[in-house]
Design a protein around this ligand. Structure first.
Ligand code: PEP
Length: 249
């Protein structure tokens, strides 16, 4: 049985004070969920406030990116040891907004994933095809390419410690969710890649989340797919009651 992960990506929203307020409201509604892992990923500047607010609860906190070096002349980057020192335990890597606006590539995704693992953080590695790739019948090829270049170079011990999020770019922030069947098909493509490279035990154990316009009213049908091991939620994770009803689906 794969334990579901219900993760929230806050993107570039909320101040530390707003982070604390969120947790005050969210905690009584869903903060003690034990049949899934709840991970909230705020901006770097809110990690400490989030970790403080989540103390004593099973809620975990993640960053939204990680530098690939331990330290050095990398202006604007935040390293694994820095993230780890806040008490965060997870990190999003290769989100499509990072790929689209900031030139993130499969090669940098791989380096950042290795860095997260080196510093004891759980990487949530995002993959997903663009609309034009899906329309051209190249969705599967896009996912395979991202897997091969961004993930396949890890070793077996490393891959056992990652989570993958399938996030079709055309579904992120658009209100256009992938149908549960489309999402499950994509998850099967990714899982088959993991199996081919790392074997059955690794692919059976790997958690693959779906992300893209997940809302309280569609989470149930997505989670009904045995292939879907949780969700990565953007916009709808900003509201404590809304995200709680997703977690408690
Ligand atoms: C995301 O940011 O990872 C995401 C899936 O966004 P949204 O839920 O808003 O589509």
């Amino acid at each position: 049985m794969r334990r579901p992960v219900m993760a929230g990506n806050w993107k570039m929203y909320k101040t530390p004070a707003e982070t604390t307020t969120f947790f005050e409201k969210f905690q009584p509604l869903a903060g003690n969920a034990i049949d899934c892992e709840v991970v909230i990923c705020p901006s770097f500047t809110n990690l400490t406030a989030a970790v403080e607010a989540a103390r004593g609860t099973p809620i975990r906190v993640g960053a939204q990116n990680i530098g690939w070096a331990k330290e050095g002349a990398f202006t604007g980057e935040v390293s694994g040891p820095m993230i780890q020192a806040t008490g965060a335990t997870h990190v999003l890597i290769g989100h499509s907004e990072r790929r689209h606006y900031f030139g993130e590539t499969d090669e940098t995704v791989f380096k950042r994933t290795q860095s997260a693992l080196e510093f004891g953080l759980t990487p949530i590695v995002c993959v997903g095809e663009r609309l034009e790739e899906r329309e051209a019948g190249r969705a599967e090829a896009a996912l395979v390419g991202q897997f091969q270049k961004g993930i396949a170079g890890l070793n077996e011990q490393q891959v056992a410690r990652i989570v993958i999020a399938y996030e079709p770019v055309w579904a992120i922030g658009t209100g256009r969710t992938a149908t549960p069947e489309i999402a499950a098909d994509a998850h099967r493509v990714i899982r088959a890649q993991v199996r081919g490279k790392f074997g059955k035990a690794a692919s059976d154990a790997l958690r693959i989340l779906y992300g893209g316009s997940v809302k309280p009213d569609n989470v149930k049908s997505l989670m009904a797919q045995p292939e879907i091991d949780g969700v990565l939620v953007g916009g709808a994770s900003l509201d404590p009651a809304g995200f709680a009803s997703i977690v408690n689906f």
